[in-house]
Ligand binder design. Structure first.
Ligand code: ADP
Ligand code: MG
Length: 796
């Protein structure tokens, strides 16, 4: 038995706060984790309980209460020991057990809250740690990226600089090579030029020497020439002297001739003398001839000398020309030498500039190397900070792991607590009875006739019956009734829903739940079930249940639960099913035909071995949001209202069945649940005599009465644990068969109209409800339902 609740999902914190018995547990007590075995207080509870009155409210004065797991289990297994017919003792024992269970539930709720709180705290710290961790990680990453970017930039820079450097070096080398080559060439040419210059100098020397020799020669020649000229002059002088001599000779000759003539005259005169004179003449003639001869030889010599002079002059001219030529050549060489030295200077200047650029490059390289060193330093620093961040990150990770472990631990504890809670919750519900009856009296409406008549409904104020009793006065007779809960005309929709919210939670926990609204037409069944959707505070149980289920499923989603919801809505009219969500709505004609069993759609009801009901051709919608359900409810309401106008108040003449199937899977714990929530707005329960129906209307009323009595037959058969439960006697009971037996939970609202004219019907309704309320089908069935439950659990 202890295993049967283990695959139910945990409840939402919302639902947890609600107390099923209607007693608010405001004062929370500090509690410790169940199962620690450190608690002893159960005996205290027993003691307190034995001394306290049976009033449930006294629980609040009990002080600090704590339970151990064993105590809880013992409490769960505790059963009334009184004799079968000792109802009072049984009731007392039951009340006692209920009280302790409530205490236990309360204790558990507190433990649960502490867990939830702690879980929240852990979650918050986990989130913050995660955030911190994420932030650190992000920071580290960005830092790393930045540094990587800087490093790569620097590397690129360094590479480009290296390249540049290499290029520059190669360029420089090439230029240096060129310069060296040029220099070498120039040196060579210079050497050659110097050699040439030297040879030219030598030649110059030689030429100079030659020139000097030539000059010497010229000088000697000139000397000679001078001397020759002198000689010539002397010769000319001599010649002129000779000529003068000749003149004188000639004058002497003339004188001699004269002398001769004088002599010849003297000859004649002096013939004797003549002869001597002739001798003298002859000798003068010889002298003259000699002089002539001397003169001729001198003339020849002068001519010779002149020709020689001519030769010497020519030679001198030649020498001068040659020396001029040589001087020209020297000038040329000198020019060449100048050019070479200029080039040499240029080359030297260029090599100097190259050296300068080289040194500049070296400086730049040094600078870059320094930069690289700085960058390396920076990188090292960054690496250090990265490692620091890494260690921090590791620490955070470690912390995160620890927090996760703690969270998992807490979650585990929470799960265990949740299981225990479910067990307790279920036990409480079972102790209360799996069929419960709530009575709701609607307010007097303006249309009601009995406005000014005496009130027919009264609510007893005794402690016993407070909130649970209702008295109906009919012709002066007071008929007292007690139910699990009575809502007077002032009860709001919210208050009503608050009381059933635990049942709705049960559907989410994997139970099959049926909530019926029973009563005569106009007593407020539809108002209770559907309410007025247009006014939020007047929403009925159906929309409120759906809201709760969606909210709770979302809360449980955090614990790994995933839910799938399916909705179907149908009407049973004259034992015929009508699909309210069908896209091609059944027309009046079809309904009439359906009524006579000739409809195309069969809507055959089948149940599989897992207790799942299937209605053929019925529209089933998967719903994921409350919005979708709202639209479906609208569609259904419209569909019903269509029927209402066309089919003569059909809505009161048919049973409306809203079914929500909930399949939940928890992937982390591999738990599965499958719950069903049926909300049924029954057809008006007024008796035939009152409706005064005939014909079609009579048939309707008969069908309704038949199905309602089939419902009560089923309930009573279940209560009596009869072997045969007549589920098949009506469409409604057959449809709800899996949800009416076993460990399913059933709640019946009996709606009462305060209109005095309805007193008779109200009395009937209250009597019927009281009979149902007397059924204790929950507790005994617990023993026998294990198999059924197990089959349900095994299939989820
Ligand atoms: P039924 O479905 O049982 O035939 P209805 O739900 O249609 O009855 O109620 C009949 C009328 O009474 C409706 O106008 C409804 O709004 C009103 N009514 C019923 N219950 C309440 C209530 N608790 N408070 C206010 N009005 C109510
Ligand atoms: Mg109605």
């Amino acid at each position: 038995m202890s295993s049967r609740n283990q695959n139910r999902p945990p409840r939402s914190p919302n639902a947890r706060k609600e107390d099923h018995g209607g007693i608010p547990f405001d004062k929370r007590r500090k509690l410790e984790t169940p199962g620690t075995g450190r608690r002893q207080a159960f005996s205290t509870v027993n003691k307190q309980d034995s001394t306290s009155n049976s009033d449930v409210g006294s629980i609040e004065e009990c002080g600090k209460v704590e339970f151990t797991k064993d105590e809880v289990l013992a409490l769960l297994n505790e059963r009334p020991k009184a004799g079968k017919f000792d109802h009072k003792a049984k009731i007392e024992q039951m009340t006692d057990i209920i009280k302790r269970l409530k205490l236990c539930v309360k204790w558990f709720q507190q433990v649960d809250e502490t867990h939830v709180q702690e879980k929240e705290n852990l979650k918050v710290s986990l989130e913050s740690a995660e955030q911190k961790y994420n932030y650190r990680e992000l920071e580290t990453r960005t830092k790393e990226e930045e540094l990587n970017a800087i490093i790569s930039m620097l590397k690129e820079n360094a590479v480009s600089l290296h390249e540049k450097l290499a290029k520059e070096e190669s360029c420089k080398q090439a230029r240096l090579f060129d310069a060296i080559e040029n220099h070498r060439k120039e040196t060579e040419s210079r050497v050659a030029a110097e050699k040439a210059q030297a040879s030219l100098g030598e030649e110059l020397e030689r030429v100079k020497e030659e020139k000097t020799t030539a000059k010497h020669k010229v000088a000697s020649l000139e000397d000679m020439y001078k001397r020759l000229q002198e000689y010539n002059t002397s010769l000319q002088q001599y010649n002129s002297k000779l000529q003068t001599d000749l003149e004188t000779v000639r004058a002497e000759h003339t004188r001699a001739e004269k002398d001769k003539s004088s002599i010849l005259e003297n000859l004649t005169t002096l013939r004797g003398h003549s002869r001597s004179l002739q001798d003298q003449l002859a000798s003068s003639r010889v002298l003259q001839d000699d002089a002539k001869k001397q003169k001729d030889s001198l003339v020849t010599e002068v001519t010779n000398l002149r020709s020689e002079l001519q030769l010497v002059r020519a030679d001198r001219d030649r020498q001068v020309v040659q020396s001029e030529k040589l001087a020209e050549e020297i000038a040329k060489y000198k020019e060449n030498v100048g050019k070479s030295s200029q080039e040499l200077h240029i080359l030297i200047a260029r090599s100097g500039s190259l050296e300068e650029t080289c040194s500049l490059q070296k400086e730049r390289i040094n600078m870059l190397e320094q930069q690289l060193a700085i960058a390396n330093e920076k990188q090292k620093m960054a690496d250090a900070s990265v490692s620091l961040t890494r260690t921090e990150f590791e620490e955070q990770k470690h912390l995160l792991c620890e927090l996760n472990a703690r969270l998992a631990d807490m979650e585990h504890q929470l799960c265990e607590g949740e299981l225990l809670r479910k067990k307790l919750h279920n036990t409480i519900l079972e102790l209360k009875g799996n069929i419960r009856v709530f009575c709701r009296v609607r307010p007097l409406l303006p249309d009601d006739g009995g406005r000014h008549e005496a009130t027919v409904i009264a609510y007893p104020t005794s402690t016993e019956a407070c909130g649970r009793g209702v008295d109906l006065v009919q012709s002066g007779n007071k008929h007292p009734f007690t139910f699990d809960k009575v809502f007077n005309h002032e009860a709001s929709q919210e208050e009503v829903f608050f009381e059933i919210s635990q049942l709705v939670q049960s559907a989410l926990d994997g139970y099959k739940v049926c909530i019926f609204a029973y009563g005569q037409t106009g007593s407020g069944k539809t108002y209770t079930m559907m309410g007025r959707p247009e006014a939020p505070e007047q929403k009925g149980l159906i929309p409120r249940s759906l809201e709760q289920i969606f909210q709770a499923s979302q809360t449980l989603g955090a614990q790994g639960w995933k839910y799938k919801m399916q909705v179907s809505m149908l009407e049973i009219y004259n034992e015929t099913i009508r699909d309210l969500l069908s896209s091609n709505r059944t027309t009046t004609m079809e309904l009439v035909r359906a009524d006579s069993g000739t409809s195309g759609k069969q809507y055959a009801i089948t149940h599989d071995v897992n207790g799942n009901t299937h209605v053929s051709d019925l529209t089933v919608f998967d719903v994921g949001s409350i919005g979708k359900i709202s639209s479906l409810l609208q569609q259904a309401a419209q569909s019903r209202s269509v029927g209402k106008t066309q089919m003569n108040e059909q809505s009161s003449r048919s049973h409306f069945v809203f079914t929500l199937r909930i399949s939940g899977v928890n992937e982390s714990t591999e738990q599965q649940v499958q719950g069903v929530l049926n909300l049924i707005d029954l057809a008006g329960s007024e008796r035939l005599s009152k409706s005064g129906a005939t014909g079609e209307r009579l048939k309707e009323t008969q069908a309704i009465n038949k199905s309602l009595s089939a419902l009560s037959d089923v309930i009573f058969a279940l209560a009596k644990k009869e072997d045969h439960v007549p589920f098949r006697n009506s469409k409604l009971t057959y449809l709800l068969q899996p949800c009416l037996g076993g460990d399913s939970k059933t709640l019946m609202f009996v709606n009462i109209s305060p209109d005095p004219s309805s007193t008779g019907e109200s009395l009937c309704s209250l009597r019927f409800a009281a009979r149902v309320n007397a059924c204790e089908i929950g507790v005994p069935r617990r023993q026998t339902s294990t198999k059924l439950l197990d089959s349900r659990l095994s299939y989820g």
